[in-house]
Design a protein around this ligand. Structure first.
Ligand code: COA
Length: 260
């Protein structure tokens, strides 16, 4: 598939999706969100892809937010649709993907950029990254899940501080607050992400998909995560991966998982 605003490359089971609008600091316009939706959907069904890394092109930005120029004249209805469409096509979509997604923040991760990273299953940032939800300085709130997912990661107090001050924080602070999993140098950002992905690839894809569903269940209204866990755990016993994993252990060899 060919895209205008993103690049995709797959190597050793790892697909890297690079948001490629460096002259606009990789800001997320409608087209880019649509292309990301297509790329994540394609990666999910591509048996060659086991883990996805999403990053931004250039040295300066992961994603500097939603494209402000695009929504500056929006009405109430258009604003509502912008948030709902974006959440469905990208932010909820990524969080609920059955394959692990690692966000590699290589610079500014602001507004929708930080919200995209928050939707990922794991976040790694280089020490030149700056993170923030500056929306209230524009007269809006974070509308791509940021008010929910940031508080889930760093707690209500720190989330409201970041949202109300609109300040950026450093990758070091983000690590300290539990917003990111690892802080690296710019040179080792992708190496760290590939190292994580390479380890994940040796594990059972079907069990990983199951684990993602269970962890996400905790954040869904009206859903009991413990009950989801019981059901998913039971289903694991019917998978080829479970047979292979347990047999390989008893035979003292490495498992060869198929994801079935
Ligand atoms: N939407 C649209 N365009 C954006 C953008 C965004 N969120 N963020 C950056 N850009 C564009 C700029 O308009 C500029 O385009 P131009 O060269 O055509 O004028 C280009 O990207 C470079 O940005 P610039 O502001 O010149 O870079 P800088 O180094 O001076 O500042 C930032 C970097 C990230 C601090 C600044 O771009 C910024 O504050 N961006 C908006 C962040 C934001 O509020 N995001 C939340 C949106 S809801």
């Amino acid at each position: 598939m060919s895209y205008e605003n993103i690049l995709t490359a797959t190597e050793n089971g790892i697909q890297t999706i690079t948001i490629n609008r460096p002259d606009k600091l990789n800001a997320l316009n409608k087209q880019t969100i649509g292309e990301l939706n297509q790329a994540f959907a394609a990666a999910e069904t591509d048996s060659q892809v086991r883990v996805i890394i999403v990053t931004g092109s250039g040295q300066k930005a992961f994603v500097a937010g939603a494209d402000i120029a695009e929504f500056v004249n929006f009405s109430v209805e258009q604003g509502t649709a912008l948030s709902a469409d974006g959440q469905a096509k990208l932010f909820d979509f990524v969080q609920n993907l059955s394959k692990p997604v690692i966000g590699a923040m290589n610079g500014f991760a602001l507004g929708g950029g930080l919200e995209l990273a928050l939707s990922c299953h794991i976040r790694v940032a280089s020490n030149n990254a700056k993170m923030g939800l500056p929306e209230v300085s524009l007269g809006v709130i974070p509308g791509y899940g940021g008010t929910q997912r940031l508080a889930q990661l760093v707690g209500r107090g720190k989330a409201l501080e970041m949202i109300m001050t609109a300040d950026m924080i450093t990758a070091e602070d983000a690590l300290h607050w539990g917003l990111i999993n690892y802080c690296t140098t710019p040179e080792t950002l992708m190496t760290k992400c590939i190292e994580l992905a390479t380890k994940i690839i040796t594990r059972s894809p079907s069990a990983i998909a199951s684990a993602i569903r269970c962890v996400n269940a905790n954040y869904k209204d009206g859903v009991n995560g413990f009950e989801v866990e019981i059901a998913e755990f039971g289903k694991n016993f019917g998978t080829a991966d479970f047979k292979e994993g347990t047999t390989a252990f008893l035979e003292k060899r490495k498992p060869n998982f198929t994801g079935k």
